[in-house]
Design a protein around this ligand. Structure first.
Ligand code: HEM
Length: 500
């Protein structure tokens, strides 16, 4: 591991000299940095942050120092923004300054440097965003509602057949949608070779592209040349494997889609949109396509896992969802997108899921392209800027830990007019905001509507019939989702649901 103690301590010694030199030479303003925790020489605040739950450390700092906090790790400036209002001022009103990404050599090492989500703010990123916009705009995503619904019905069948592995079925749901959306190819279950390749890529990237590694390589880019036999540098082998899977994954599904397009049978998809409109060079289309799957898959399935957990922990809320579904469309009838407007409580539950446990509690880090002054404080060029969604949901709502969908409803049970807009913060800020947010909202809705129509989710029981308590534990990496838990899934309507 790149983060092994020996490796880190060697890195620290080398960073010591460099960090000091950077510190002495870099600051060019007499203005103060924003307030923040005291820093140790060289390592700065590196050891103050809970590596497993950094959002909790940042939220504490927010309480102590206010809506903008300054910290430093190994010479790298880090600014944490704890309020939605300030996040919007910086990311939206000063978007030319706050739309870059941290430039860590780790991404190139793992073959991921072409993905939209890590590209620096520049022409390449702008072209990719334009391509994504073609298929993911608010007014074009409706084309994919049939895909979401068909996949949600497959999800229902998979859970009916094998309820124990509902986590895997939720993963497969979002993965197969992401791949069909991108390449127009219907996936053939979890044994589909493209699904297996995508899974292996996702695993290598989740393990390999951690924030601590990215930070360490930013502070000390020379580490990328350390040979794999050096103690603690086994990441070089991981990186090589990841690069090779990434190459195959970029190439194989794209070539298949291109062949289908040439023979006129390619379904509407991101790739078909680009090939038809001739909007970009093939290599750019190929690179953009690879990044979609990585950005789309786990974010959506993690949110659905949180939904199942919340329904089990709040049975009275699940009852209310069932009552709404039964009244509006009838028990045993599967919903379609035409029913969506008439199901405000279900929509409010989904909004509350994203608020209660945001899947990306710290969003994705932005970076500054030039220095800036905010409320009299100096923000350096190249600073990592973290928009701390976790602090926003905990500071800006009453009784934030309570799961309460009515926050998003008016007194007469309709969605508040700004409810969907309010939800946009869970998809990031400014020019970097998630381009897949409309698509994701459709995906979440289809799965939630279909599985909640068909099933009741409850605590599992032991052999004596006693409920097994769930002590929710959330996994926190780049994404936050509940660690797997046992549950009982029973059909509300017998084995068959009526389809329309
Ligand atoms: C519940 C589901 C999802 C959540 C919560 C989510 C959240 C996010 C967040 C927080 C960011 C970073 C925004 C920022 O830097 O300010 C992001 C970026 C991104 N997302 Fe999503 N996302 C979801 C689903 C999707 C889907 C379905 C797609 C594609 C179909 C997608 C594609 C992307 C891409 C390409 C980026 C990188 C944007 C850039 O750097 O310019 N996401 N997402």
């Amino acid at each position: 591991m790149i983060t092994s103690p020996l490796f880190v301590s060697t890195a620290c010694i080398i960073v010591a000299g460099l960090g000091l030199a950077i510190r002495i030479t870099r600051k060019k303003s007499s203005l103060p940095y924003p307030p923040g925790p005291r820093q140790l020489p060289i390592v700065g605040n590196a050891f103050d942050i809970d590596p497993k739950q950094p959002h909790l450390t940042y939220a504490e700092w927010g309480k102590a120092y206010g809506e903008i906090v300054y910290s430093r790790t190994f010479g790298q400036d880090i600014v944490i923004v704890n309020s939605e209002k300030m996040a919007r001022i910086l990311a939206e009103k000063r978007s030319t300054i706050y739309s870059d990404r941290p430039r860590s050599p780790l991404y190139k090492l793992f073959g991921a440097d072409h993905m939209t989500a890590v590209l620096e703010y520049g022409d390449k990123w702008k072209i990719q965003r334009k391509l994504l916009h073609l298929s993911l705009r608010h007014d074009t995503v409706g084309r994919y509602q049939e895909l979401h619904l068909r996949s949600a019905r497959q999800l229902l069948e998979n859970i009916q057949r094998d309820s124990k592995n509902f986590y895997d079925h939720l993963d497969l749901y979002t993965l197969s949608i992401a791949l069909e959306f991108t390449y127009g190819r219907r996936m053939d279950g979890k044994n589909d070779p493209i699904i297996s390749m995508a899974n292996s890529l996702a695993e290598s990237m989740t393990k390999g592209l951690t924030a601590e590694r990215a930070g360490l390589l930013m502070a000390l880019p020379i580490l990328k040349y350390v040979p794999s036999w050096f103690p603690g540098a086994a990441f070089q082998d991981e990186a090589r494997r990841c690069r090779s899977t990434m190459e195959s994954f970029s190439d194989i599904p794209f070539s298949m889609a291109k062949e289908q397009a040439e023979s006129g049978v390619l379904q509407p998809s991101f790739v078909s949109d680009i090939l038809q409109q001739g909007e970009a060079e093939e290599s750019v289309a190929r690179e953009t396509a690879t990044g979609i799957y990585i950005a789309a898959g786990e974010t959506t399935s993690s949110t659905l896992k949180t939904l199942v957990l919340a329904m089990i922990l709040n049975p009275e809320i699940q009852d209310r969802v069932h009552a709404e579904l039964d009244t509006v469309i009838g028990k045993g009838v599967l919903p379609t997108f035409e029913d969506r407007e008439r199901l405000p409580y279900l929509q409010a539950v989904l909004l509350e899921i994203m608020r209660w446990h945001p899947v990306a509690p710290l969003g994705a880090p932005h970076a500054t392209t030039t220095s800036d002054v905010v409320e009299g404080y100096y923000i350096p060029e190249g600073a990592i800027v973290i928009f701390n969604t976790w602090a926003m949901v905990n500071n800006e709502y009453n009784d934030p830990e309570r799961f309460d969908p009515t926050r998003h409803l008016t007194a007469d049970g309709q969605l508040k007019p700004d409810a969907m807009q309010d939800n946009s913060k869970y998809f990031g800020f400014g020019r970097r905001i998630c381009p897949g947010r409309f698509f994701a909202n459709d995906s979440l809705w289809a799965a939630a509507a279909v599985i909640l129509s068909a099933f009741r989710f409850e605590k599992a029981k032991d052999s004596s019939g006693n409920e097994i308590e769930i002590n929710p534990v959330f996994h926190h990496g780049a994404l936050s989702y509940p660690s797997s838990f046992q549950c009982s899934i029973t059909s509300r309507v017998g084995t068959e649901c009526e389809r329309r």
